[in-house]
Design a protein around this ligand. Structure first.
Ligand code: BDR
Ligand code: CA
Length: 324
């Protein structure tokens, strides 16, 4: 099946750019299958001031004149401490290339991210897909601000979590993935809300490896945008080469965009998902997919959500040949 679809998918992108976030934003902004309507920034790969600046500069780089709003500067609960991600994404969140981003022509949207999300979803009930690839604080705040949006969002797709498939467990603790660990309470609220969530976790994103040769193919394309992505990924690749020796990077956040264009490349598993909020397993994502535990469990009464358990990685990576 051709990944090209006739009616572009309206998306709000909630992100903490972030090098792999930048690759996801390239797909969302530049692939004809998407109609990117807004970008909201959240703390995560850097402080929210940094991720907001990056979100604005990247949106301008990719030629989109759309609202960009700043969101949460930290998790819902003060007791959570943000882990510094500078060793992964660089001090500027973009592997040292943030200063090369264009100056955005459009002013920062004055609304907080959660307000922008609620306004846009209410204005287009049943139409908007939320793609969230940072800590899920903005989404949790949006639900708290206006619970009715749960029934008006078309779909939520998140990059986050790890379910232990194919040996993929946590990346910031033996069981916890970074976006969940940054705000476990927010993640649990998002997964238990009455909206359809698709969870694209490490189980599949660590199978979607963009090798150095794949990344080099971006060079010279997109009026400088491809070159900038290539340069940004140098820092990210160094981190993953040293840690996992993969000769490239994981397409974590881009996988969450990809599932909307090539759903047939992913295998899903249904069942309610909860997040461990205390103890050594804090941040672990656990799905009750066997549905045989009866009532009175932490999963009972919560909506069934979709977890990605397998991916046809070449289908995901091929999408980068369809932009710029
Ligand atoms: C996630 O954490 C961040 O560092 C990446 O941008 C991605 O969203 C991967 O665990
Ligand atoms: Ca991210």
């Amino acid at each position: 099946m051709d990944s090209q679809i006739s009616s572009p998918i309206p998306v709000i992108f909630d992100t903490d750019p972030g090098i792999d976030d930048a690759l996801a934003l390239a797909l969302l902004a530049c692939h004809p299958g998407f109609d990117l309507v807004a970008v909201t920034a959240v703390f995560g790969n850097g402080p929210v001031e940094t991720t907001t600046r990056n979100a604005r500069g990247l949106t301008a780089l990719f030629g989109k004149d759309i609202p960009v709003a700043a969101g949460a500067s930290g998790p819902l609960l003060d007791k959570r401490r943000r882990k510094d991600a500078a060793h992964v994404h660089g001090d500027d969140g973009l592997g040292g290339v943030a200063a090369r981003l264009p100056e955005p022509a459009r002013a920062l949207d004055p609304r907080p991210a959660h307000q922008l999300i609620c306004d846009m979803v209410n204005a287009r009930p049943g139409e908007i897909t939320l793609v969230a690839v940072g800590p899920f604080t903005n989404l949790a705040l949006a639900l708290a601000h206006d619970a009715s949006i749960a029934g008006k969002v078309k779909r939520v797709v998140v990059m986050g979590g790890a379910f232990g498939l194919k040996g993929h467990a946590g990346n910031v603790s033996p069981v916890a993935e970074a976006n969940i660990m940054a705000d476990p309470e927010a993640a649990d609220q998002v997964f238990t809300a009455a909206w359809p969530v698709t969870i694209v976790g490490l189980d599949v994103t660590q199978e979607a490896i963009m090798r150095e040769a794949d990344l080099a193919k971006l060079r010279g394309r997109g009026d400088g945008a491809g070159e900038l992505l290539w340069l940004a990924t140098r820092h990210y690749q160094q981190f993953y080469d040293a840690r996992d020796g993969i000769g490239g990077i994981y397409a974590h956040d881009a996988s969450a965009a990809a599932i909307l264009l090539v759903p047939e490349a992913f295998t899903l598993r249904a069942g309610p998902v909860r997040v461990a909020l205390e103890g050594i397993a804090t941040g672990q994502t656990i799905q009750d997919w066997r549905n045989e535990h009866g009532t009175g469990t932490p999963w009972s009464g919560h909506p069934s959500q979709q977890v990605c358990v397998e991916v046809d990685a070449p289908r995901v990576l091929a999408l980068f040949d369809e932009i710029f």
